[in-house]
Design a protein around this ligand. Structure first.
Ligand SMILES: [Zn+2]
Length: 400
């Protein structure tokens, strides 16, 4: 996922590449030196307030070439990237520590430091990398800057491209999304689906990390904790938990955007900021933190997937969506657990259904249409590991 511009989307196309065996050690050596040089440069730029390219050049060019043995052009790429990192870090009001590159890498300017030829990438310095596989959908758009990174022992080249945003279609209806502390509900007055979150799955790894930390933080084990292996395992459990959430958000948002596009619906969602705020008031447990992370990532991914697929997006006012009668707008009363009932018109449904119908209604109103006969949709549960798979689990039920 990447930032959008007016009328354009910036995509990062990832491809796995493999260096020629004879030059792979030299390339990895260069990438390691680049990482060290970059970390040094970011720090130096911030300390010396050298935020312009000419200041950074004067401050760093010779050091990067001599101390880190970077070729001239790569040294320029290095302080260029460092300036960009320093600027974005300084403009973040909630900045933590100065960012550090952890994996060996290389930042490359298109045409000057790298070019793609047939099924090879040529990197300045005479390195030739074979392309193992890539997403060819965006081949028609020019390559921009790229990053070569070493991830889990594999070399990945990420080429940045700017592509025009697809035009948004005129929506024929609304796909409402409701998010609560338990799950995601997607639907409208015709159908509805519940998606589990991946929190429980991610929590498993958080607990493993915590247990390991507890075990080795007893005085008996202090020496152990210093052992890199244990630290690395704890870290990898935390990373695993985050990856599970990210994969989940990616898959669910993809399913939502595809479903909307298939039916030419607009996606309507509440602003999730309110929900994240209310979650923040709960005890600071791993579970809540993972849930907040899930919803923040889901919101970003839904917007991104919709932009990418030309799906119109409508944000609706979130107040009272699960407590107002979607038929007559009276206030609903809670009958039993999560069951709502309207005393005035007799409408009855569970909280999730009520929310979906209200979000749909509000979105249609904003679109200038109206909902004639809302009926409670049939809810279907969708297992998190099934959503987004090539065989669309939603497809069968849609025939209704
Ligand atoms: Zn009513």
């Amino acid at each position: 996922m990447s930032s959008g511009r007016e009328g354009q989307l910036t995509l990062a196309i990832k491809m796995r590449v493999s260096p020629e065996p004879s030059s792979s050690q030299a390339l990895l050596g260069l990438m390691r030196r680049y990482r060290e040089a970059l970390n040094y440069a970011v720090k130096a730029i911030i300390e010396n307030k050298a935020l312009s390219l000419s200041k950074a050049h004067r401050l760093l060019y010779m050091v990067l070439k001599e101390k880190y043995a970077l070729p001239s052009k790569i040294a320029q790429d290095c302080y260029r990237e460092a300036v960009a990192i320093a600027r974005s870090w300084l403009s973040n009001p909630n900045r933590g520590r100065v960012p550090r590159a952890k994996t060996p890498r290389l930042w490359l300017t298109h045409r000057y430091s790298y070019r793609v030829r047939d099924s090879y990438v040529e990197v300045l310095g005479g390195y030739k990398l074979r392309i193992i596989g890539w997403d060819r959908r965006y081949n028609a758009y020019p390559n921009r800057e790229a990053r070569l990174i070493l991830k889990d022992g594999k070399l990945i080249l990420e080429i940045s491209k700017r592509v025009p945003k697809p035009a948004k279609y005129i929506a024929r209806g609304v796909l409402a999304i409701d998010v609560n502390e338990k799950h995601i509900v997607v639907g409208n007055s015709r159908f509805g689906y519940r998606f589990e979150t991946a929190v429980e799955k991610a929590l498993h790894y958080k607990r493993l990390a915590e247990n390991l930390q507890k075990k080795y933080s007893s005085p008996k084990y202090n020496a152990w904790l210093r052992r890199r292996g244990i630290k690395r395992r704890i870290k990898s459990f935390h990373r695993k938990a985050r990856n599970i959430i990210e994969d989940w958000a990616k898959k669910v948002s993809h399913t939502i955007a595809s479903l909307a596009k298939q039916h030419q619906y607009a996606v309507a969602r509440e602003n999730l900021k309110g929900l994240v705020k209310s979650l923040r008031k709960l005890p600071k447990e791993h579970k809540i933190a993972l849930l907040m992370l899930s919803y923040r990532r889901l919101e970003q991914w839904i917007d991104w997937q919709c932009e990418k697929n030309g799906v119109p997006i409508i944000a609706v006012e979130p107040t009272g969506t699960s407590t107002t009668c979607p038929m007559c707008s009276s206030k609903l009363t809670e009958n039993s657990f999560r069951k709502m009932r309207c005393r005035k018109c007799g409408f009855e449904a569970d909280r999730d259904t009520v929310a979906i119908l209200n979000i749909e209604k509000r979105a249609l109103k904003q679109m200038g249409g109206s909902l004639t006969t809302p009926t409670a949709p049939q809810m279907t549960d969708v297992a998190p590991n099934r959503c987004g798979e090539p065989v669309n689990p939603l497809k069968g039920a849609l025939a209704l």
